[in-house]
Design a protein around this ligand. Structure first.
Ligand code: AMP
Ligand code: MG
Length: 325
């Protein structure tokens, strides 16, 4: 781990690392983020691995400005109003994924929406512009610890898992960004944070709080809650060691049972980072007409395997009443 002064040279080196799929911790006005290329499934898997998150929660993709955001989400008038007054700043907008959006499926935990934000911190701005990619960045700490607001917090928490930490001193806002869901008819506040409700309502009028949303619309409540997770519409059978003809097989490793209607292998070499990177795309590919059920081979419960198994368990446990896109 190394804390480096943010200079033109170190920011260029950080941008190169990000473009090559590596991770960089950097300051934003809210907290320090552990950043990776949001369009690179492997880089996003590496973020979850470094944080030791036992679940794949969707991550926020960071961009320099609204013009850039438009390439990744279906932008709308409400987003435009908010961005013109509150961006760059501590406000995250949840918007539908645009068609062909290159944001990694793992970054959105398979959801059809993308959480996107333009941070105002000058080092974050310089890094994003030098990288030329959206940057997925949750807080730069091990899962379960408080968010870091100084570079030394990042170093203490992540150690060698954050090979490079750009030093921006203490974060000025110090709390996470406000998350506002604009993917439906009514804007919904999913998480209070650095941008106040008053400032948001001054720009767009009244917003709803997620607690006030009827359970029927639970899909739009904040992830972390079961209902907002992507689940295939077909039944999922876990720990499969053999398959039947009407099944699609989600395989892992090099010893794969034959006879499935369609087989997709998360990682023939048994690499959990590769498996995480393929997980959502392969679940979607198997969730299609002609396939009666998705059978999943056992995946080890170590490292990223914990989050993979958590996701698979939720997919298998889901019944029709809570199956959401
Ligand atoms: P963090 O990266 O730790 O600041 O957390 C990101 C926050 O954004 C979490 O509260 C997520 O639940 C929320 N979030 C990210 N993506 C989405 C999405 N597509 N829909 C709803 N909430 C999201
Ligand atoms: Mg956090």
């Amino acid at each position: 781990m190394s804390v480096v002064e943010a200079t033109v040279e170190s920011i260029a080196a950080a941008a190169r690392t990000l473009r090559e799929g590596g991770l960089v911790a950097f300051p934003t006005e809210t907290v320090y983020g552990l950043g990776g290329d949001a369009t690179n499934e492997r880089a996003v898997a590496a973020i979850f691995e470094a944080k030791n998150r036992p679940q794949f929660n969707p991550l926020i993709s960071h961009v320099p400005d609204a013009a850039t955001a438009r390439a990744f989400v279906r932008w709308n008038d409400t987003a435009e109003k908010l961005a013109s007054t509150l961006w760059p700043g501590p406000l995250t907008l949840v918007l539908p994924r645009s068609e062909g959006s290159p944001i990694a499926l793992l970054a959105t935990a398979g959801l059809d929406t993308v959480a996107i934000r333009a941070p105002s911190h000058p080092i974050a701005q310089a890094l994003m512009r030098a990288t030329g990619r959206p940057i997925a960045a949750p807080s730069a700490n091990r899962s379960g610890e408080v968010s870091p607001t100084r570079p030394e917090h990042v170093a203490q928490s992540l150690g060698a898992r954050a090979p490079m930490i750009l030093d921006g001193g203490p974060c000025l806002v110090g709390v996470e960004s406000t998350v506002l869901d604009l993917s439906g008819d009514m804007p919904i506040l999913l998480r209070p944070g650095g941008a106040t409700r008053e400032a948001i309502e001054a720009a767009i009028g009244p917003i709803a709080l997620s607690d006030a949303i009827p359970t029927g619309d639970a899909a739009r409540k904040s992830p972390g809650q079961l209902h907002s997770h992507y689940a295939p519409s077909r039944p999922v059978r876990l720990e499969a060691t053999s398959v039947s003809r009407d099944e699609g097989l989600l395989a892992f490793g090099d010893t794969v049972p034959t006879g499935a209607m369609l087989t997709m292998n998360l990682s023939p070499s048994g690499n959990l980072g590769e498996a995480a990177a393929n997980l959502f795309a392969m679940m979607r590919a198997l969730d299609r007409p002609g396939i009666g059920r998705i059978a999943v081979m056992p995946v080890p419960h170590t490292g990223l395997g914990l989050a993979i198994n958590d996701r698979l368990r939720r997919a298998a446990a889901d019944d029709d009443s809570n199956r959401q896109r």
